[in-house]
Design a protein around this ligand. Structure first.
Ligand code: GLN
Length: 242
Protein backbone atom coordinates (compact mmCIF):
# COMPACT_ATOMS: atom_id res chain seq x y z
CA UNK A 1 0.00 0.00 0.00
CA UNK A 2 1.24 3.47 -0.87
CA UNK A 3 0.21 6.49 1.19
CA UNK A 4 -0.21 9.93 -0.39
CA UNK A 5 -0.31 13.28 1.41
CA UNK A 6 -1.96 16.15 -0.46
CA UNK A 7 -0.93 19.40 1.23
CA UNK A 8 -3.32 22.39 1.11
CA UNK A 9 -5.71 21.07 -1.57
CA UNK A 10 -8.18 23.84 -0.74
CA UNK A 11 -5.65 26.71 -1.14
CA UNK A 12 -3.17 25.37 -3.71
CA UNK A 13 -5.20 23.90 -6.55
CA UNK A 14 -4.63 26.24 -9.47
CA UNK A 15 -5.61 24.81 -12.88
CA UNK A 16 -6.88 21.62 -11.19
CA UNK A 17 -3.48 20.63 -9.86
CA UNK A 18 -5.26 18.06 -7.69
CA UNK A 19 -5.37 16.04 -10.93
CA UNK A 20 -1.76 15.10 -10.15
CA UNK A 21 -2.87 13.19 -7.06
CA UNK A 22 -5.63 11.50 -9.06
CA UNK A 23 -3.20 10.45 -11.82
CA UNK A 24 -0.66 9.05 -9.33
CA UNK A 25 -3.39 7.22 -7.43
CA UNK A 26 -5.23 5.86 -10.47
CA UNK A 27 -2.07 4.55 -12.17
CA UNK A 28 -1.33 2.64 -8.97
CA UNK A 29 -4.87 1.29 -8.69
CA UNK A 30 -4.92 0.18 -12.34
CA UNK A 31 -2.01 -2.05 -11.34
CA UNK A 32 -3.73 -3.40 -8.24
CA UNK A 33 -1.55 -1.29 -5.94
CA UNK A 34 -3.66 -0.01 -3.04
CA UNK A 35 -3.25 3.70 -2.32
CA UNK A 36 -4.50 5.84 0.55
CA UNK A 37 -4.75 9.62 0.14
CA UNK A 38 -4.87 12.09 3.03
CA UNK A 39 -5.70 15.74 2.45
CA UNK A 40 -4.01 18.11 4.90
CA UNK A 41 -5.20 21.70 5.18
CA UNK A 42 -4.25 24.71 7.30
CA UNK A 43 -3.55 23.79 10.92
CA UNK A 44 -4.20 20.07 10.47
CA UNK A 45 -1.56 17.72 11.92
CA UNK A 46 0.40 15.35 9.67
CA UNK A 47 3.26 12.86 10.15
CA UNK A 48 5.26 13.19 6.93
CA UNK A 49 7.25 10.10 7.99
CA UNK A 50 4.06 8.04 7.41
CA UNK A 51 3.86 8.97 3.72
CA UNK A 52 5.39 7.71 0.48
CA UNK A 53 4.34 10.58 -1.80
CA UNK A 54 3.65 14.22 -1.00
CA UNK A 55 1.94 16.62 -3.40
CA UNK A 56 1.70 20.42 -3.14
CA UNK A 57 0.03 22.41 -5.90
CA UNK A 58 0.13 25.94 -7.28
CA UNK A 59 -1.69 29.08 -6.18
CA UNK A 60 -1.78 32.85 -6.32
CA UNK A 61 0.47 35.13 -4.27
CA UNK A 62 -2.47 35.67 -1.91
CA UNK A 63 -2.85 31.97 -1.13
CA UNK A 64 0.90 31.53 -0.74
CA UNK A 65 1.03 34.37 1.81
CA UNK A 66 -1.99 32.89 3.63
CA UNK A 67 -0.46 29.48 4.23
CA UNK A 68 3.27 30.16 4.58
CA UNK A 69 3.27 30.41 8.39
CA UNK A 70 1.47 27.07 8.69
CA UNK A 71 3.92 25.52 6.21
CA UNK A 72 6.95 26.88 8.05
CA UNK A 73 5.72 25.22 11.25
CA UNK A 74 6.16 21.91 9.44
CA UNK A 75 9.67 22.52 8.04
CA UNK A 76 11.67 20.30 10.42
CA UNK A 77 9.43 17.26 9.92
CA UNK A 78 9.37 17.83 6.16
CA UNK A 79 13.15 18.23 5.97
CA UNK A 80 13.60 14.93 7.86
CA UNK A 81 11.18 13.12 5.56
CA UNK A 82 12.88 14.57 2.46
CA UNK A 83 16.27 13.51 3.77
CA UNK A 84 14.83 10.00 4.17
CA UNK A 85 13.79 10.01 0.52
CA UNK A 86 10.13 11.04 0.64
CA UNK A 87 8.93 11.41 -2.96
CA UNK A 88 7.62 14.95 -3.41
CA UNK A 89 6.01 16.74 -6.37
CA UNK A 90 5.68 20.53 -5.95
CA UNK A 91 4.02 22.64 -8.62
CA UNK A 92 4.51 26.37 -9.24
CA UNK A 93 3.41 28.27 -6.09
CA UNK A 94 4.09 25.16 -3.99
CA UNK A 95 7.49 24.82 -5.72
CA UNK A 96 8.39 28.44 -4.93
CA UNK A 97 7.65 27.94 -1.20
CA UNK A 98 10.26 25.15 -0.92
CA UNK A 99 12.99 27.70 -1.75
CA UNK A 100 14.53 30.56 0.21
CA UNK A 101 11.89 33.22 -0.61
CA UNK A 102 9.46 34.57 -3.20
CA UNK A 103 9.42 38.35 -3.78
CA UNK A 104 6.03 39.32 -5.23
CA UNK A 105 5.44 42.05 -7.87
CA UNK A 106 4.49 44.37 -4.99
CA UNK A 107 7.89 43.75 -3.39
CA UNK A 108 6.45 41.61 -0.58
CA UNK A 109 8.95 38.93 0.48
CA UNK A 110 7.24 35.62 1.24
CA UNK A 111 9.80 33.53 3.19
CA UNK A 112 10.19 29.94 1.95
CA UNK A 113 11.22 26.75 3.72
CA UNK A 114 14.80 26.83 2.36
CA UNK A 115 14.50 23.09 1.79
CA UNK A 116 15.96 23.60 -1.68
CA UNK A 117 18.59 26.17 -2.60
CA UNK A 118 16.88 28.62 -4.93
CA UNK A 119 15.02 31.94 -4.74
CA UNK A 120 12.18 33.49 -6.72
CA UNK A 121 11.60 37.11 -7.68
CA UNK A 122 8.62 38.43 -9.64
CA UNK A 123 9.57 39.76 -13.04
CA UNK A 124 8.07 42.56 -15.16
CA UNK A 125 5.87 40.19 -17.11
CA UNK A 126 4.12 36.93 -16.23
CA UNK A 127 5.53 33.86 -17.94
CA UNK A 128 2.53 32.23 -19.59
CA UNK A 129 1.99 29.53 -22.20
CA UNK A 130 2.46 25.93 -23.26
CA UNK A 131 5.79 24.31 -22.45
CA UNK A 132 7.90 21.33 -23.54
CA UNK A 133 10.98 20.31 -21.60
CA UNK A 134 13.41 17.43 -21.92
CA UNK A 135 14.15 15.59 -18.70
CA UNK A 136 16.23 12.55 -17.82
CA UNK A 137 14.28 9.95 -15.86
CA UNK A 138 15.92 6.66 -14.89
CA UNK A 139 18.72 7.43 -17.37
CA UNK A 140 16.27 7.92 -20.24
CA UNK A 141 15.52 11.25 -21.93
CA UNK A 142 11.80 12.06 -22.01
CA UNK A 143 9.73 15.01 -23.22
CA UNK A 144 7.44 16.54 -20.59
CA UNK A 145 4.61 18.88 -21.58
CA UNK A 146 2.46 21.29 -19.63
CA UNK A 147 1.26 24.84 -19.17
CA UNK A 148 2.86 27.66 -17.18
CA UNK A 149 1.50 30.89 -15.69
CA UNK A 150 3.76 32.53 -13.12
CA UNK A 151 4.99 35.97 -12.21
CA UNK A 152 7.85 34.61 -10.18
CA UNK A 153 11.21 33.85 -11.81
CA UNK A 154 13.17 31.14 -10.04
CA UNK A 155 16.97 30.97 -9.94
CA UNK A 156 18.57 27.69 -8.88
CA UNK A 157 21.72 27.83 -6.80
CA UNK A 158 23.66 24.79 -7.98
CA UNK A 159 20.55 22.58 -7.89
CA UNK A 160 19.76 20.17 -10.71
CA UNK A 161 16.78 21.35 -12.81
CA UNK A 162 13.94 18.98 -13.71
CA UNK A 163 14.79 19.51 -17.36
CA UNK A 164 15.86 21.86 -20.13
CA UNK A 165 13.32 24.03 -21.91
CA UNK A 166 12.60 23.10 -25.55
CA UNK A 167 9.65 25.49 -25.85
CA UNK A 168 8.28 28.02 -23.34
CA UNK A 169 9.85 30.07 -20.50
CA UNK A 170 10.59 27.66 -17.64
CA UNK A 171 12.04 28.83 -14.33
CA UNK A 172 12.91 32.37 -15.43
CA UNK A 173 12.84 32.66 -19.22
CA UNK A 174 16.61 33.23 -19.19
CA UNK A 175 18.72 30.19 -18.27
CA UNK A 176 16.79 27.53 -20.22
CA UNK A 177 16.03 25.41 -17.14
CA UNK A 178 12.70 24.25 -15.83
CA UNK A 179 11.92 23.01 -12.36
CA UNK A 180 14.32 21.54 -9.85
CA UNK A 181 15.33 18.16 -8.43
CA UNK A 182 16.80 17.32 -5.05
CA UNK A 183 16.90 13.76 -3.69
CA UNK A 184 13.33 12.50 -4.43
CA UNK A 185 11.90 16.03 -4.61
CA UNK A 186 10.60 17.11 -8.04
CA UNK A 187 9.58 20.71 -8.63
CA UNK A 188 8.02 22.19 -11.75
CA UNK A 189 6.21 25.28 -12.98
CA UNK A 190 4.06 23.06 -15.18
CA UNK A 191 0.32 22.88 -14.68
CA UNK A 192 -1.87 20.82 -16.95
CA UNK A 193 -2.16 18.97 -14.60
CA UNK A 194 1.37 17.70 -15.14
CA UNK A 195 1.06 13.98 -14.32
CA UNK A 196 -2.02 13.08 -16.43
CA UNK A 197 -0.21 14.62 -19.43
CA UNK A 198 3.06 12.80 -18.69
CA UNK A 199 2.54 9.13 -17.72
CA UNK A 200 6.29 8.39 -17.93
CA UNK A 201 6.92 10.91 -15.15
CA UNK A 202 4.01 9.58 -13.09
CA UNK A 203 5.29 6.01 -13.31
CA UNK A 204 8.79 7.18 -12.40
CA UNK A 205 7.43 8.77 -9.19
CA UNK A 206 5.46 5.59 -8.39
CA UNK A 207 8.58 3.47 -8.97
CA UNK A 208 10.63 5.71 -6.64
CA UNK A 209 7.95 5.50 -3.93
CA UNK A 210 7.85 1.69 -4.21
CA UNK A 211 11.65 1.39 -4.30
CA UNK A 212 11.87 3.38 -1.07
CA UNK A 213 9.63 0.76 0.55
CA UNK A 214 11.93 -1.97 -0.73
CA UNK A 215 9.81 -2.99 -3.75
CA UNK A 216 12.14 -2.71 -6.70
CA UNK A 217 9.12 -3.34 -8.88
CA UNK A 218 9.02 -3.17 -12.68
CA UNK A 219 5.60 -1.57 -13.14
CA UNK A 220 3.17 -3.42 -15.37
CA UNK A 221 2.77 -1.43 -18.60
CA UNK A 222 -0.58 0.32 -18.97
CA UNK A 223 -2.34 1.19 -22.21
CA UNK A 224 -1.10 4.81 -22.56
CA UNK A 225 -1.95 5.16 -26.22
CA UNK A 226 -4.15 8.24 -25.78
CA UNK A 227 -1.80 9.95 -23.32
CA UNK A 228 1.17 9.29 -25.60
CA UNK A 229 -0.58 10.61 -28.72
CA UNK A 230 -1.65 13.75 -26.81
CA UNK A 231 1.85 14.26 -25.41
CA UNK A 232 3.49 13.85 -28.82
CA UNK A 233 0.94 16.15 -30.45
CA UNK A 234 1.92 18.91 -27.99
CA UNK A 235 5.63 18.27 -28.55
CA UNK A 236 5.20 18.50 -32.34
CA UNK A 237 2.94 21.53 -32.17
CA UNK A 238 5.33 23.46 -29.96
CA UNK A 239 8.47 22.39 -31.83
CA UNK A 240 6.87 23.59 -35.12
CA UNK A 241 5.92 26.88 -33.45
CA UNK A 242 9.56 28.14 -33.58
N1 GLN B 1 1.82 33.03 -7.34
C1 GLN B 1 2.95 32.48 -8.00
C2 GLN B 1 3.40 33.31 -9.19
O1 GLN B 1 2.71 34.03 -9.71
C3 GLN B 1 2.65 31.06 -8.44
C4 GLN B 1 1.60 31.00 -9.49
C5 GLN B 1 1.13 29.56 -9.77
O2 GLN B 1 1.11 28.68 -8.91
N2 GLN B 1 0.69 29.32 -11.02
O3 GLN B 1 4.49 33.17 -9.62
Amino acid sequence: MLTVCHLYPDLLNLYGDRGNVQAFTQRCRWRGLPVQVKEVNLGQPVEFADYDFLFIGGGSDREQALLVTDLKNRVDALRMAVDKGLVVLAICGGYQLLGRYYRTPQGKRIPGLSLLDFYTEAGEQRLIGNVVIEAELAGKKTKIVGFENHGGKTFLNGLKPLGCVLSGHGNNGQDGWEGARYKNVFCSYLHGPLLPKNPVLTDYLITLALARKGYAAQLVALDDEIETIANQAMVERLSNKK
